[in-house]
Design a protein. Structure first.
Length: 74
């Protein structure tokens, strides 16, 4: 995926930023809990084509650098 293209893409529902899942080849909107497929390097930004993420997937947040708080885990 082209990084510049990625930066331009927003969720068609909430206009929020999408997160590229390289492993699955999907663009995810965690706000809506939808994962948009990428077919032949072309993102399919259609709600009806999007996969609904399961709850665990939605809750899973990858902490960014600086977010990690050593010792904060309970
Ligand atoms: Zn969205």
């Amino acid at each position: 995926m082209d990084k510049e293209l990625l930066a331009m893409l927003v969720c068609p529902l909430c206009q929020g930023k999408l997160k590229y899942d390289r492993q699955r080849g999907e663009l995810k909107c965690h706000f809506d809990g939808l994962a948009y497929p990428i077919r032949d390097d072309i993102p399919v930004m259609l709600e009806e084509e999007a996969r609904v993420m399961d709850v665990d997937e939605k809750l899973h947040k990858r902490a960014g650098p600086g977010d990690a708080q050593p010792g904060a885990a309970s």
